[in-house]
Design a protein around this ligand. Structure first.
Ligand code: PEP
Length: 250
């Protein structure tokens, strides 16, 4: 049996849907309720750090992901890094995936390409599946797709420096995140093909930016699209389940 066939047999959903809950919900009880409602094969649930353990305990089908980590990775997992969380800690909590370089962290926390690269190297070395977020701001996209490609190429080159193992790339045009204004699927496809050209044709690419049950099919109908990173819609259990139902049929 080919690896792809095996994956399909185990996971009826051929695409990956990543739920990025960001700084939500507000209590562990709410997080567990949401996790139970979204617990499906082919889904990665990324709660805030304080809820990772509680959510992991309830998941039967979905995988657990973290929204960030720190690059220092001493063998003991510890160190003088106030507020930070190591690869080892995440793995012990049962996380298999980690989101790195989300535009909100680049913007609000001042994460640079160099910091993001250190995180990717550390997470990959530690055996977590990396979901690296890249994407251009509106000022760049306004200049056209060529400018967007150059912007993303620079991010990929810097963020993936010295990274040998495969990573998942989430193409998230910044102007499409949380705005209700998704990219045009045909433009995303152009960007995804370009990203594969830069990062290697075997790299898997997600789209993120205002994905809903109304538009998910228009993005994921292309074979080049590995899946979607879903923010706002992943906080609404019913809407998220609609997305999963649609994606399962693709
Ligand atoms: C995100 O958090 O990366 C995201 C794409 O959010 P939203 O789906 O709300 O645009």
């Amino acid at each position: 049996m080919l690896f792809g066939d095996l994956r399909e047999k185990m996971n009826p959903m051929k695409k990956l849907i990543v739920a990025n809950w960001k700084m939500n919900p507000q209590t562990e009880q709410q997080a567990i309720r949401l996790a139970r409602a979204e617990d499906q094969k082919g889904v990665v649930i990324c709660p805030p750090f304080p809820f990772l353990d509680g959510v992991k305990g309830k998941l039967k089908k979905a995988d657990l992901g973290a929204q960030d980590l720190f690059w220092e990775d001493p063998p003991t997992g510890g160190g003088p890094y106030t507020g930070e969380v190591s690869v080892l800690m995440l793995k012990r909590l049962g996380a298999r995936y980690v989101i790195i370089g989300h535009s909100e962290r680049r913007r609000w926390l001042g994460e640079t390409d160099e910091m993001i690269n250190r995180k990717v190297v550390s997470a990959a070395r530690g055996g977590l599946k990396v979901i690296l977020c890249v994407g251009e701001p509106l000022s760049v996209r306004k200049k056209g797709l060529y400018a967007a490609k150059q912007f993303v190429k620079s991010q990929l080159r810097k963020n993936l420096k010295s990274v040998r193992s495969p990573v998942i790339i989430a193409y998230e045009p910044i102007w499409a995140i949380g705005t209700g204004k998704p990219d045009r699927p045909e433009d995303t496809l152009t960007m995804v093909r370009f990203i594969k050209g830069v990062a290697g044709s075997s790299c898997r690419v997600l789209y993120g930016g205002s994905v809903t049950s109304q538009n998910v099919k228009s993005f994921l109908c292309y074979k080049e699209m590995y899946g979607a990173l879903v923010g706002g819609a992943s906080l609404k259990a019913q809407e998220f389940r609609k997305i999963i139902t649609i994606v399962k049929k693709l």
